[in-house]
Design a protein around this ligand. Structure first.
Ligand code: NAD
Length: 521
């Protein structure tokens, strides 16, 4: 397995002989590459952490230690934030937008060049099948989409006609704390860093303890692309590391993706400190299937969405709301689609479903399957662990029937390959079922008549709804309502959270002079 880390390690050795003993070490042990990268990514390179605690990263397929990272302390967070704060007085915020965009385009190129290594890394860290994983969760496309969207942000304009005129400046908010989960780790890291850096902010990124290497590598690639030191620092760790970031007085904004429970904790801590918060949280998204659809194609599309990454995607459509009279046919079609999933080693090109990312996640999903049984639901397909003979954290693709809306599996986010089927008699009831959730992230409507589907989509209480399984474009606002979070990312709207307004009140004659060169809005 070539993860690309060796090259960097060699490069760093050449540049920093005096620090050789603190270099990240990479050793190849048979099939398992053990990544030993204790330290934090600070001021442009891996540096020794203040914390002496480390975290073992487990390969969920082989259930072996895959690597090791530092468990960053509050002192490590402080060093990283200070560095980011100092970078706010450096060149980065003062470059033109076009100059920053050029640097980040180079970063996209570097990621593209390392696509294979990064995909293999995600396969080992969290079990993402290599065949689909090579898309890297659209990491490269996202960078270009962020640049395109930022070109439409008005960073400065003149407001006239009040008691006085004012130049309205939208300036970078300062140091942003990014906290991310393990699913789609590079994509999550891109979402928290690129829009912030594009408008001139600095970022301290705290990846999850399950999949930290992508973020550390992103730090290195950013330096190679020309991002000045200190603009992006990375501190691996667990919850306390994240809390130190939220509480740090020089962090102006927290951009978080993760569970609703942790989101609430961050909101409480951040609220106390009056931090700006952007929270992308959990989901329990519904797909309403109307009675006019081609059942086979709907089952194919739905099963792909719900079983992708072993169900560990926030927008997974985990509740299928189906017309009662077609329920048996839909379940049969879903069973066929589930049977087509190839469960196995994520490094195998044929695999479509790898393991769950961690033992914690495995126990959580098995616990939900147990609760489904005890509350009276029935597994029409799957329902347990496949007999693969290895130690990996695998769970079968599962379709549950006889699910009532009040059951735990109909209400709580499972984050595993489990689809609950709920039956409806009227369209009114279907919409009620779809909205009967604490969450409000995503949803879908399937119909042969897109206009009919759109009417129903408008009645969803969610951040996004897609017709007939279309993927959510990376150019439109994305985020949830209710327990699915606060704020939106992507598109021109995604910049609101990274910018602060400043109104500079100016005398009439200066405003008149400026009116020729600055947009009046
Ligand atoms: P998690 O909430 O357990 O952890 C997310 C991150 O928060 C990790 O880096 C973790 O170390 C950190 N953290 C934990 N406790 C913290 C605390 N007290 N203060 C600050 N940081 C803390 O989530 P997870 O299990 O890693 O990921 C799965 C969850 O992420 C699911 O609920 C899923 O829906 C959600 N998710 C949401 C989206 C979205 O865009 N809405 C996308 C992907 C995943």
């Amino acid at each position: 397995l070539d993860t690309g880390f060796q090259n960097v390690s060699a490069r760093q050795r050449g540049c920093h002989d005096q620090r050789r003993s603190k270099e990240p070490k990479v050793s190849q042990v048979g099939i398992t590459t053990v990544l030993r990268r204790p330290g934090i990514f600070l001021d442009g390179e891996m540096r020794e952490a203040s914390s002496t605690e480390t975290i073992e990263v487990i390969d969920p397929t082989r259930v072996q230690v895959f690597g090791e990272v530092s468990d960053g302390s509050a002192a490590d967070v402080d060093r990283a934030v200070r560095s980011g704060h100092a970078a706010q007085s450096g060149p980065w915020p003062r470059l033109t937008f076009a100059e920053r965009a050029d640097v980040l385009r180079r970063l996209a190129e570097r990621i593209d060049e390392e696509r294979e290594d990064l995909a293999r890394l995600a396969a080992r860290e969290m079990g993402w099948p290599i065949a689909g994983g090579r898309r890297l969760g659209e990491a490269v496309e996202l960078i270009h989409a962020y640049i395109d969207a930022a070109e439409r942000v008005k960073f400065e304009y003149l407001r006239r006609g009040g008691s006085a005129d004012a130049i309205v400046v939208r300036r970078p908010i300062g140091v942003v704390g990014g906290i991310i989960p393990w699913n789609a780790p590079l994509r999550a890291a891109i979402k928290k860093t690129i829009p912030a850096m594009l408008v001139g902010c600095s970022v301290v990124l705290k990846p999850s303890s399950e999949a930290p290497f992508d973020s550390l590598r992103l730090g290195e690639l950013a330096i190679e692309a020309g991002v000045p030191t200190g603009v992006l620092n990375v501190v691996p760790g667990r919850g306390p590391t994240g809390e130190a970031l939220v509480a740090h007085p020089d962090v102006r904004k927290i951009a978080f993706t993760g569970s609703t429970a942790v989101g609430r904790r961050i909101a409480a801590l951040g609220g106390e400190k009056l931090k700006r918060l952007q929270l992308e949280l959990g989901g329990k998204s519904a797909a309403v299937i109307l009675d006019d659809v081609d059942l086979e194609s709907v089952a194919g599309s739905l099963s792909k969405q719900v079983f992708r990454a072993s169900g560990q995607t926030c927008t997974a459509l985990t509740r299928a709301i189906v017309p009662r009279r077609h329920q048996a046919e839909i379940v049969a079609a879903l069973a066929e689609a589930a049977a087509a999933e190839v469960i196995g080693d994520p490094l195998d090109e044929a695999t479509t479903m790898g393991p769950l990312a961690s033992r914690r996640q495995l126990e959580r999903v098995l616990g939900f399957l147990e609760s489904a049984r005890s509350e009276g639901a029935v597994a029409a397909v799957g329902g347990g662990r496949p007999g693969l003979g290895g130690p990996g954290f695998f769970v079968e693709p599962t379709v549950l029937v006889d699910v009532l809306p009040t059951m735990t599996v109909a209400q709580e986010e499972i984050f595993g390959p489990v689809l609950s089927v709920l039956a409806y008699d009227t369209e009114e009831q279907a919409v009620e079922l779809a909205n009967d959730s604490a969450y409000g992230l995503h949803g879908a409507v399937f119909s042969a008549d897109p206009a009919r589907a759109l009417d129903i989509a408008r009645r969803f209480d969610t951040g996004t709804v897609s017709i007939n399984g279309l993927p959510i474009p990376i150019t439109t606002p994305f985020g949830g309502v209710k327990a699915s979070g606060l704020g939106r990312e992507h598109g021109v709207e995604g910049y609101d959270h990274f910018l602060e307004y400043q109104s500079l009140v100016v005398p009439d004659d200066l405003a008149a002079d400026l009116a020729a060169s600055v947009t009046v809005s």
